[in-house]
Design a protein around this ligand. Structure first.
Ligand code: SF4
Length: 181
């Protein structure tokens, strides 16, 4: 039987297939050993805010486990606003909207829709400066791109990966010190 792919791993794969390898390799280690400071701070802040303003309001569903049978994906959403039908993902500090952010929300949206929930708008919320960025809903082409990447991930050949096509990402990769590609 085919198993579900965590959305976070597919996100890593889209950033760089090698980073998925490092993520999987180190995930059993203490995160503080290999996550950069800003990432650890973000995680702590994120967890603290879980207890904050969103948690008391009944209109917000938080940390809901989700899945899609169509795409074999699984994950967890951050916040779903039942009244507005908004899906919101909080990040510690957003300097730029990366494809990975879009992808994460799109994948979550497909899962929620398959589970029968309506999504009207998607947002990334930057916690450090309290800014909210609307993310466009996926087009048919975006959905096709998602399906293509899921297939690529299933068929990925680590030994034949060429980093040259990826060098602009290496500079901002948290695994750059470990990666001897
Ligand atoms: S350093 Fe570059 S090739 Fe290595 S995992 Fe990071 S992005 Fe990929």
């Amino acid at each position: 039987m085919e198993s579900y792919i965590p959305i976070s791993k597919l996100n890593d794969f889209i950033f760089c297939p090698m980073s998925l390898y490092f993520h999987s390799f180190y995930e059993n280690y203490d995160q503080k050993l290999y996550h950069e400071k800003s990432q650890v701070e973000g995680k702590i802040k994120h967890e603290n805010i879980e207890e904050g303003r969103y948690s008391t309001a009944k209109r917000f569903i938080q940390a809901l486990p989700i899945y899609s049978q169509k795409y074999n994906l699984m994950g967890k959403i951050d916040i779903y606003d039942k009244e507005e039908k908004f899906l919101i993902e909080r990040k510690n500090k957003v300097k730029k909207i990366y494809d990975g952010y879009r992808f994460q929300l799109w994948a979550q949206m497909f899962c929620l829709e398959e589970m029968g929930l309506e999504i009207k708008k998607l947002f990334i919320h930057s916690l450090s400066d309290n800014k909210r960025y609307e993310i466009e809903k996926p087009t048919g082409q975006n959905e096709f791109w998602l399906a293509q990447n899921i297939e690529k991930m299933k068929n990925f050949d680590l030994l034949n990966f060429n980093r040259d096509a990826n060098l602009n990402k290496c500079a901002r990769c948290i695994y750059r010190e470990l990666c001897n590609q």
